[in-house]
Design a protein around this ligand. Sequence first.
Ligand SMILES: [Zn+2]
Ligand SMILES: [Zn+2]
Length: 606
Amino acid sequence: MKSSLHLILGLGLTLFTQAATAQQQSAYTLSFPNAAHHEAEVKVTFTGLKADTLTVLMPRSSPGRYALHEFGKNVYNVKATNAQGNTLAINRTEPNEWQLTGHKGSATITYTLFADHADGTYAGVDETHAHLNMPATLLYTPELEKAPAKVTFNVPQGSNWQVATQLKHEQGTTYSAPDFQYLMDSPAELSAFDFAEWDVNGQKIQIAMHHIGTKAQFEEYVSQAKKIVAEQQAIFGELPKFDFGRYTFLACYMPQAVGDGMEHRNSTYITSSRPLATGMSSMLGTLSHEFFHAWNVERIRPASLEPFDFQAANMSEALWLAEGFTSYFDDLANTRAGLQNLEKYASNLTGDLNYVLLSPGPTYHSLAEMSKQAPYVDAARSVDPNNRHNTFTSYYVYGAVTGLGLDLTLRQKYNTTLDNFMQALWKKYGKPEKPYTLANLEETLAEVSGDKVWAASFFKKSILGSELMDYTSLLAQAGLELRKAKPGIPTLGPMNYKYSKEGATLDWGTFVTSAAYKAGLERNDLIQSINSRKIRSEKEMKKALSKQKPGDTVSVTFVRHGKTRTTNLILDEENTLQLVTFESINKAVTPEIEAFRTSWIGAKAK
Ligand SMILES: [Zn+2]
Ligand SMILES: [Zn+2]
């Protein structure tokens, strides 16, 4: 008895040791036998499992997007087997969670993924490509989050698909990641793409582009991309050290793609449904934005986003820097790279300035608070109306306009630049990969400006508060005049009307600051007449207002909830702004202005 007990114990110990030392790994194989109908077949084998119950999850969110996307909705035919190939019962325990027992350390799960949304967040599979954002594609187990992963892409036979991804290449079409976070951050584009690469200080910048344009268009795009990369490198003084010495732009410009851009550590997804022939300029804007993220957000990283939670919405107070300042620099870098002139740059800024300076949003929330709303607005979807046209101003544009104001202030008062601020952040937080807090940003601004009191007040007023800078005087330094575009023109307020033979329906909610709001008008109200003149077209609206001036009171008859009512409305003045060059309005461009422009938008790359 004793000896047999020893034997049993000994055997048990041996089995246990084997299970414990079996390599912990998640090994995925992806195949596309039904690509035409947007299906991928995924097989994953988890080894080295220790817990009796294996919990398998589908991500609910994806890095760089902050809302919930519930990727589990596109997963079906979920089946499980053990190492011997015997079926294991698998049970869906949550919408995004499956569990099984009895696996003895290893289990293989197979499932079908439906994927028909090729952008930066989701996945798209069809006969031309497999465009795979990993959180939208791969089931995982939290038990193996720290373990390495392998992915084999079985490209369809007869296709000439190649694989582009930041993942480490193992052999053939097999790639690896050191852990779950890295795997999820590594999208792949499988298609017959055009490819180019060039060397920058010993590292490779690559473009893999799936598109329907010509070779000449592709080459034109590549040559512009080189200039943008060089200008951004000049801002930070160096490129980040990319893993395996390469950074890859994964561009998908196919008609079925959905316009987007999504940053990753050593790559980016840039997508558009437009062809290069008509979309080149906006595509290069996205390319510029995403490449700037290789520093700003991928490495200069807010502590609030670490670690990324794939099972929740992710909230940060710093997206005004991560997204907003990136938006400021994407267009600035493209101007410096010579892709557009000052007039075009000023016209782009006009749109941003109008949006931010005329939006009621800042009276509700500070810039940092706007950032915290990302989970509700960043590709988040719900069906109920909201009051966001009043309470929310996008941290992208609001952040970009704040970046513009800060840059112009640093240049005006401190003989330094926002480039220097970004470079200081790179050295302190980006290069050593030390996540930052808002306090760190304020300290750095104090160092760069040399004015601690001002830096503290700037953060209090313009980041944690909603104070907008004096853009008119700041922009005048660059010989740009910010002025009213339609002085003296009366209006009910910024609104979108849907005209019909019944009248003009207010398509959007009204701005709290507008004449319409103050007169009690709301979304879905049907304006029938103004001062008894019928309003059934834009022309009739213009005519009804043509005899009026701002400040006049008009009588508005409208239908709400089936009842006709009348309200008195005091007309506003059209407050749209325009930003124009001094030369276009015959104002002198002094040598100081010329010097300012050279320093601000002149080429920096050597
Ligand atoms: Zn593609
Ligand atoms: Zn971005």
